[in-house]
Ligand binder design. Structure first.
Ligand SMILES: [Zn+2]
Length: 471
């Protein structure tokens, strides 16, 4: 849809005051959410996830702007099994105003071992300018950023505004978003929006906002390499009979060139500028050992955001303790490929498959199964919503946003793109480089939290006022 013509700029000051005044309540509400151990994994008590969904629904209800707030569960894939409860709140747009969908998730990763935490994982604790606890950042702060931004909008414009709002707070993002696709289909009409904000990503640092504009996709599969019908004595047949390990190591070695760059024809690279990043930062963050070089060529962030990478993440072969003098008939490996934004996962998979088949040494037999494909994500940064989001970030943070890529994947974003091809998707977040999401001592920087809320409040206010960028 097209937006109504732009109006005068929205004044920032009243929004900033409302966000500041509401911050203690937002932190208290966030702390209450963190106290609920809503781990969505199968081995954990689903009652906590339900309780957390109830709490989120109450917070959304409390804003007083929604026509409907409900908790809903969708089936998983083709089965009758239900996914974890999600919260869906909606309010229809009025007078031609746009609709914005705000996404976050209320489930969390398991805490891991208590002794690895300096504070109790489900007892939110403020130390310095950070709030510690499982989910304090990922992604209960994303949930609260949405709630607090809506509160600030109501504070400054009243609850009788034109902007259409849908809030979708998922309950199993950390467990593979198993029912996500069915949820989208089931609630298609309620979720339809002009702009989608996915608040589940990172900022450049605690003083610099980032808009995530590219995510790599993934292709993973099991590859089984076989050369013999059965194992044989390596002393008797060695030297004349190829064992599967020899075939495997030679085949895997063809996947990269001398510098460690993927050497598979047909894997593409995304061409876009990246910020500078120092080699010593990479060495420190990834703990490279003395004398070990980095791999690939070109700027470091380009290698991690915009180029493919190929990693062998597992191998099934006799272990060393049980090694006997035997020619191994068959070896299985798990291959994990990150693919560049702009390439379809299926095309990348076909390219890798063709490479493996063309390079199988000694006529070794190959079998591929257990394939998992996730498409990459690339934002069209020329869209008006991107301009609006960046302006809001600049206003809220006092500094321009950095366009970032993420080497990892957020697979459900591909589902969003597929279901809502016309929506503009903005991937924002409350995390910073020290957040340690998924790890012990996860924390939220409270300054980042405030600026993320203000950013979103400004964005909501601008869209409500019908602006479509610097037209
Ligand atoms: Zn998350």
């Amino acid at each position: 849809m097209t937006l109504t013509p732009p109006t005068a700029a929205v004044p920032i000051e009243p929004l900033a005051e409302a966000v500041q005044a509401g911050l203690p309540t937002a932190i208290a509400d966030l702390s209450d959410l963190v106290r609920i151990p809503s781990v969505s994994w199968a081995a954990f008590d689903p009652a906590h996830v339900q309780k957390s969904a109830d709490a989120v629904a109450a917070l959304l209800q409390g804003t007083g702007v929604f026509e409907s707030v409900k908790i809903s569960r969708a089936t998983i894939g083709e089965t009758d099994a239900l996914g974890q409860p999600a919260v869906l709140a909606t309010r229809a747009a009025r007078n031609g105003a746009p609709t914005i969908l705000l996404y976050a998730h209320h489930d969390v990763q398991p805490p891991g071992k208590d002794e690895d935490w300096e504070t109790s994982p489900f007892e939110p604790t403020v130390k310095g300018d950070r709030l510690y606890g499982r989910g304090a950042a990922d992604d209960k702060a994303g949930v609260m950023a949405h709630v607090a931004a809506i509160r600030a909008l109501v504070e400054t414009t009243g609850s009788d505004f034109d902007l259409g709002l849908a809030v979708f707070i998922e309950g199993e993002e950390e467990f593979g978003s198993r029912s996500f696709k069915n949820f989208l289909m089931q609630h298609r009409d309620e979720l339809a929006a002009d702009v989608i904000v996915v608040a589940d990503s990172d900022n450049w640092d605690v003083d610099t906002p980032a808009l995530t504009v590219a995510l790599r996709g993934n292709v993973t599969f099991r590859l089984t390499i076989s050369t013999l019908g059965h194992a044989s004595h390596s002393g008797m047949f060695g030297g004349a009979v190829p064992d599967a390990m020899l075939a495997t190591t030679r085949l895997l070695a063809t996947l990269h060139d001398e510098q460690g760059t993927p050497a598979v024809a047909g894997l593409t690279t995304h061409d876009a500028p990246v910020p500078d990043s120092a080699e010593e930062d990479l060495r420190r963050d990834a703990a490279l050992l003395e004398g070990v070089s980095s791999i690939g060529t070109g700027p470091i962030l380009e290698r991690m955001w915009f180029k493919p990478s190929i990693t062998v993440t597992g191998i099934d072969a006799p272990d060393v303790a049980n090694a006997s003098n035997t020619l191994i008939p068959s070896v299985a490996v798990r291959i994990s490929v990150r693919i560049a934004p702009g390439q379809r996962a299926e095309d990348a998979f076909e390219a890798i498959k063709a490479h493996l088949e063309a390079n199988a040494p000694f006529g070794a037999h190959l079998a591929i199964d257990d394939v998992d494909l996730g498409n990459p994500f690339l934002v069209d940064t020329s869209g008006w919503a991107v301009a609006e989001a960046k302006q809001a970030m600049a206003d809220a943070w006092g500094t321009a946003a950095v366009d970032t890529g993420v080497g990892g994947s957020i697979p459900f974003i591909a589902d969003l793109v597929e279901q809502f091809p016309d929506a503009q998707i903005l991937v924002t977040g409350v995390e910073d480089p020290d957040t340690r999401a998924h790890s012990p001592n996860e924390s939220l920087h409270l300054g980042v939290f405030k600026r993320a809320i203000l950013t979103e409040a400004i964005l909501l206010a601008r869209l409500n006022a019908g602006r479509s960028g610097n037209v």
